[in-house]
Design a protein around this ligand. Structure first.
Ligand code: SIN
Length: 189
């Protein structure tokens, strides 16, 4: 079942139009940057792992056959690398629509490569949202992704683009790279 979070997100943070906010992106927000930003920097957040455990009914799948996309799962000691964007507050109106299928804006403490930090926002789909699919093996996730497609394109394109973007940033994510390896292997059979 899909889950629309637009109204809840707009209630959560009262932002003024001229506010500037750091946004931490760890999934498609790394490689599909269709919003204006003032500055971008590699960044990481502590205590969270990137996992393909969220269902996508509106971008990489459909109501009948949801795809799998990433969310952040709390994990003590984990560090998730991504990209931070300094954006004007009006950008969140656009992003709330893009991330509406279960993602909530959550305050995040991010660290930059030079050792400095900033408090900003990130979109997280928590396990209690209706579109959540949950844990599965990397092989099962790869098979699932290969069989899904939605209005934004094939689900495997999301995975492959994310893996490529992480490598370009010099980031290693075993979960993402294991799913990628399964997908590439399944493609050969
Ligand atoms: C993100 O990229 O930060 C959120 C999840 C997504 O849109 O893929």
């Amino acid at each position: 079942m899909s889950h629309n979070t637009v109204e809840e997100n707009q209630r959560r943070h009262q932002l003024d139009d001229d506010d500037r906010v750091w946004l931490f992106g760890y999934g498609s927000l790394i490689y599909l940057v269709d919003f204006p930003y003032l500055e971008s920097r590699p960044a990481s957040i502590r205590g969270w792992s990137r996992r393909f455990w969220q269902g996508s009914h509106d971008h990489r799948g459909t109501e009948e056959n949801p795809g799998r996309v990433v969310t952040l799962i709390e994990e003590a000691g984990a560090v998730c690398g991504g990209v931070a964007y300094l954006v004007g507050a009006p950008v969140f109106k656009q992003l709330d629509l893009r991330e509406k299928n279960g993602y909530l804006r959550v305050t995040a403490e991010m660290s930059f490569d030079d050792g400095t930090h900033a408090t900003g926002l990130t979109y997280i789909a928590t396990p209690d949202n209706a579109a959540y699919l949950g844990q599965a093996s990397e092989y099962e996730i790869a098979r699932h992704i290969r069989g899904a497609e939605g209005p934004s394109g094939p689900n495997d394109e999301y995975l492959l683009e994310l893996a490529r973007a992480l490598r370009e940033l010099g980031l290693h994510d075993q979960h993402v790279f294991d799913i990628e390896a399964h997908i590439l292997r399944l493609g050969e059979t």
